[in-house]
Design a binder for this molecule. Sequence first.
Ligand code: KG4
Ligand code: ZN
Length: 345
Amino acid sequence: MIRILTIETTCDETATAVITDSLEVLGSVVASQDKLHQKFGGVVPEIASRAHLENIIPVLDETIQRAGILLSDLDAVAVANTPGLAGSLLVGLSAAKALCVALKKPLIAINHLQAHIYACKIAFREDPFPCIGLIVSGGHSSFYHCATPLDFTALGGTIDDAAGEAFDKVAAMLGLPYPGGPSIEKAAEKGNPYAYSFPRSLLDEPERLAFSFSGLKTAVRYRLVGPGKTTEPVIVAAGLLEQEIADIAASFQEAVVDCLVGKSIQALRKTGMKTLCLGGGVAANNRFRQKIENAAQNEHIRLFIAPITLCTDNAVMGAIAIERFHAGLFEPLDLEVYPGLIRQK
Ligand code: KG4
Ligand code: ZN
């Protein structure tokens, strides 16, 4: 049996896991930093990297303990080194290198975006490749042609905010806590998704596999403070009834979901592909999951969405390292972090 330790510190979750070559999870721990970033309404990179430093050893210890193994039982150490926040990536990579030196084990690099799609394979125990992959997270809203788990070609993505970023920013305007996705989803449960018809940008351009959420964000802002006004939206929101906030949240969520569902169908039609895999924190959204499932059924598309715990950042999806292990793709100990670069192979 091959056992790989996977390390994930790309953004604001410190996570490690031990995975076997049959994709069995022996142990997995995720330490969330949500509370630390809450008062800022978004991730503060400096705070994130410091918290990773504090968390990484305890999280690692707990994972190894849960896995019931010794560090010396590991066959390799894998770490997400792209894309992400530079300081956060460095903490994970440094920990991985130290373990590799101390244990004399090989080092494997994980592409965080590829890992988000691989979460579907882990969850379904079925090979979804080749497929169209849509990664919708705090930093990305991108389509890929995924020929294999390790061979992705970019097809297009957002031209401004990522979908998760839009959720986080609109939540801040409405006075809802960070992370914005779950708090908007919760507020939206009591709201009317058709109360406001917010814009669904670029859906009328089926050939263009792109998203734009800045117009939607502005529309919410105008609903709160009106055009040309400088008042902080959150101050106006504080004076609104709970039902009004719920209606804005639900209408905003519906607009994002319609864009994600609509563009996914356009991507499948354009490429002629029949399989869609979704990954990233926004894929945890129940309204999105429900609407994309309906659309996939109507279009006769094979749909893979990982369970909610594997959509938001975790180290289990780092099981993609098994693919690299089998392909003999190991890294030298001077491996670097690539915050913005997506290293494909
Ligand atoms: O994949 P992820 O955990 O981290 C990144 O790689 O960015 O995604 C985090 C993003 C945040 O913007 C968060 O608000 C959003 O995913 N998110 C959601 C939900 N859960 C997390 N967005 C909508 N609905 C959710 N239930
Ligand atoms: Zn992520």
